[in-house]
Design a binder for this molecule. Structure first.
Ligand code: F6P
Length: 365
C-alpha cells in the first residue's frame, strides 16, 4: 500500500513555495530506492481546503483536492505564488472551530501524513494537529523571515530582490526631481525585510519595528544629507515601525482569524512629517504585495528544492512533528513547536546602528 502524502500552503503566498511542492512530489514519487511507495495529493487554499467540504471516502478529485505527479509539477519551481493557492483560514478559530471536520476529511481522503508549507500561523495549526495524532511535517516560508528555529524562510530573498530593484528604479526619478522617497516595506512586526532590503539597495535611512524612531532625528539626518550635497534620499520604513511614543499604523481595525491586524500606512504618515520638517518635497511608495510577487530568485528555488527533499526524508524516517530548517548553513530539522508563540526579532545591538538609523557599521567589534 502506498503512503498518501497531503501537501498544502497556508498564509501569505511567496516565491519558492512551488519549488518546495515540486521537490516533495519528485522526491516522494522517485523514492523507490528507500523501499517506499508514495502518492501525493495537493490540497488547495491551505487549511480551507480541508474544512470547506465534507469529503467522501475514496474521493479525491474535488475542488479542493488534486492528485500531483512529476508531470504536473515539472515546471512549477520557476513560478512565484503557490500553484495550490492559499488562505488565512484557521481551523481552530475560537469563533468557528472546524478542527473535527478537518480530522474527518483527512480520514476520508486516506491521508497518512501532511506537509504544511507556511509561517507561524500555518505551522501553529500543524503543531496542534500533531498533538492530536496527525503525522505532519512543516516547511518554513514567509517573506518576513521571522520564524525561530530556522535562519531562512522561503520567499525572503526574492522579496529582498524586489525591494532592491524597485529602489534602483526610484533613484533615477528621485534624483531628477530632488525628492525624498519613503519606501514602505512589509515584514509585519519584524524588520528583516526592511533592514536587508534597505542594506542591499543602499537606503540612507532604515526604520524597523525593533527600534522606535524620532521623527526629528530622521529629519536632522535628511537635512545633513542635503547639506552634503545629496540631491535626493531614500528612506526605507518597515510597515511595523513606529515613532517613539506612538503606535503601529494599521489599515483598518479588523483582525484576521489568527488575530493579526493589517499593518500599513506608516510610510504616508512619515512622508507628511518629513515634508513638514525638512521643507523638501517627499513622496511615499508602498511596495506592498509586489514583494511577494514574481519569479523566485535562484536562492529560493534552491532552498525550496532542499526543503522539499528534506521533508520527504523525514517522512521516510518517520520523524513527524518536525519542521525542516536551515541553520548555520545546513539543512536540518527542528520540532515544530520551536516556532510557536513568538517571532524572531532583529538584534538591535548587533544588527542596527541606532545613531544613523541604518544597518550596522561594525562586523567584528
Ligand atoms: O506575512 C507575510 C505578509 O506579507 C506580511 O509581511 C504582511 O504584513 C502580511 O503578510 C500581509 O497580508 P495580506 O496579504 O493578507 O494583506
Amino acid at each position: 500500500m502506498a503512503t498518501r502524502i497531503g501537501i498544502l500552503s497556508g498564509g501569505g503566498d511567496c516565491a519558492g513555495i512551488n519549488a518546495a511542492i515540486k521537490w516533495v512530489v519528485k522526491t516522494a514519487l522517485e523514492a523507490h530506492r528507500m523501499g517506499m511507495t508514495f502518492e501525493i495529493v495537493g490540497i488547495r487554499e491551505g487549511w480551507r481546503g480541508l474544512v470547506e467540504e465534507d469529503f467522501m471516502p475514496g474521493e479525491i478529485n474535488k475542488q479542493y483536492v488534486t492528485p500531483l505527479d512529476q508531470d504536473v509539477v515539472r515546471t512549477w519551481d520557476r513560478y512565484g505564488g503557490t500553484m495550490l493557492a492559499t488562505s488565512r483560514t484557521n481551523p481552530f478559530d475560537p469563533k468557528n472551530d472546524r478542527s473535527q471536520k478537518l480530522l474527518q476529511n483527512l480520514k476520508a481522503l486516506s491521508i497518512d501524513c501532511l506537509v504544511a508549507i507556511g509561517g507561524e500561523d500555518t505551522l501553529g495549526v500543524a503543531y496542534k494537529l500533531h498533538t492530536m495524532g496527525v503525522r505532519v511535517i512543516g516547511i518554513p516560508k514567509t517573506i518576513d523571515k521571522d520564524l525561530h528555529g530556522t535562519d531562512y524562510t522561503l520567499g525572503f530573498e526574492s522579496a529582498v530582490q524586489v525591494i532592491t530593484e524597485e529602489i534602483d528604479r526610484l533613484r533615477t526619478t528621485a534624483g531628477s526631481h530632488k525628492r525624498i522617497f519613503i519606501v514602505e516595506t512589509m515584514g509585519r512586526n519584524t524588520g528583516w525585510l526592511a533592514l536587508e532590503g534597505g542594506e542591499a539597495s543602499g537606503a540612507y535611512i532604515i526604520l524597523i519595528p525593533e527600534y522606535d524612531f524620532e521623527v526629528s532625528s530622521v529629519n536632522e539626518l535628511l537635512l545633513e544629507g542635503v547639506k552634503r550635497g545629496n540631491r535626493y534620499e531614500i528612506v526605507v520604513v518597515a510597515e511595523g515601525a513606529k515613532p517613539k511614543g506612538g503606535g503601529q499604523v494599521t489599515r483598518h481595525g479588523e483582525k484576521d482569524s489568527f488575530g493579526h491586524a493589517t499593518l500599513g500606512g506608516i510610510g504616508d504618515f512619515l512622508a507628511g512629517e518629513v515634508e513638514l520638517g525638512t521643507g523638501i518635497e517627499t513622496r511615499c511608495v508602498v511596495l506592498s504585495h509586489l514583494q511577494r510577487g514574481g519569479a523566485p530568485c535562484a536562492f529560493d528555488r534552491r532552498m525550496g528544492r532542499y526543503f522539499g527533499i528534506a521533508a520527504v526524508d523525514l517522512i521516510a524516517k518517520g520523524e513527524f512533528g518536525k519542521m525542516v530548517s536551515y541553520l548555520n548553513g545546513e539543512v536540518t530539522a527542528v520540532p515544530i513547536e520551536t516556532v510557536l508563540g513568538r517571532i524572531k526579532m532583529l538584534d538591535v545591538r548587533t544588527q542596527y546602528d541606532t545613531e544613523r538609523y541604518n544597518g550596522r557599521r561594525t562586523i567584528f567589534v
